[in-house]
Design a protein around this ligand. Structure first.
Ligand SMILES: [Zn+2]
Length: 266
């Protein structure tokens, strides 16, 4: 009888231990470590002088809060920061938290290989340490749950379909619409999963979970005039902010252990 591990599709199916969700992922842990170096080189080339030095006060602040969330949840360590001496720490994974000096860009995102980019434009929206922790916990969730690698794996199915459509129809706007309508539902699901997992990371690091919906409400105020509001809901890569806030508040009110953490602890 054929061993299921001989089947590449069966081998690529896994259950995420943290959430219990089944998924298809073809990027192995070894691939991630290789991609990590390529991603970092790419970020350096693209943003160059706009990257704040690791010892800049803003960068230090962001890295300190991120480091606390990562280490206290046993997810690894921030490259360049001191880590513990026990064997478990030595085996743990490095993360890169990169702050881009761009006041006009209200954004943060996570790339393959646990590389997180934060633009300085989003920092005023976080207001305080609890808000910054909320933003970082969401991004760290994407990295810890390997969402960038999962999205890359999904492209394996979407790309041949797009190529086939390209042969039938050359209208680039139509192709873009197809791409968005195929990718957006999966992307929205990953965003919701990152929000829920972020609540656990915040609790693990001693921050209050309620800071996340509060931060998203502040972001909604900033985001009102942006172009994302003009995109129909089914084509958006993120669920509407009001829905994310509502879902988070529902989770917080059904699980009081997520609210009761300390905040603003230095
Ligand atoms: Zn996200």
């Amino acid at each position: 009888m054929k061993n299921p591990t001989d089947n590449p599709v069966a081998r690529s199916l896994e259950t995420i231990p943290a959430t219990g969700r089944r998924r298809f992922i073809v990027v192995s842990s070894e691939d991630v470590e290789e991609m990590r170096h390529i991603v970092l080189e790419d970020v350096l080339q693209k943003h160059g002088r706009k990257i704040l030095c690791w010892d800049h006060p803003v960068s230090q602040d962001v890295r300190r809060v991120a480091g606390r969330i990562i280490s206290q949840n046993g997810l690894g360590y921030i490259e360049g920061q001191r880590r513990g001496t026990d064997a478990q720490d030595q085996d743990s994974k490095p993360w890169n938290i990169i702050v881009i000096d761009d006041e006009a860009d209200v954004d943060a995102f996570t790339l393959s290989g646990r590389v997180i980019l934060i633009s300085t434009g989003i920092l005023p929206v976080t207001r305080d340490e609890a808000g910054l922790a909320a933003l970082l916990a969401h991004e760290i969730s994407h990295g810890a749950l390997r969402h960038p690698e999962e999205s890359l794996s999904c492209l394996m199915f979407i790309y041949p379909f797009r190529c086939f459509l390209r042969l039938l129809r050359r209208d680039t706007r139509f192709l873009e619409l197809v791409r968005l309508s195929l990718e957006a539902p999966h992307s929205r699901m990953l965003e919701s999963e990152a929000d829920m997992y972020a609540l656990r990371l915040l609790r693990g690091a001693g921050y209050e979970g309620a800071a996340l919906p509060r931060f998203l409400a502040d972001l909604a105020e900033t985001d009102k005039e942006s172009d994302s509001y003009k995109i129909p809901a089914f084509l958006r890569s993120h669920p509407p902010l009001w829905k994310r806030i509502k879902d988070l508040e529902a989770r917080l009110s059904s699980d009081h252990t997520l609210i009761g953490a300390l905040s603003h602890v230095r």
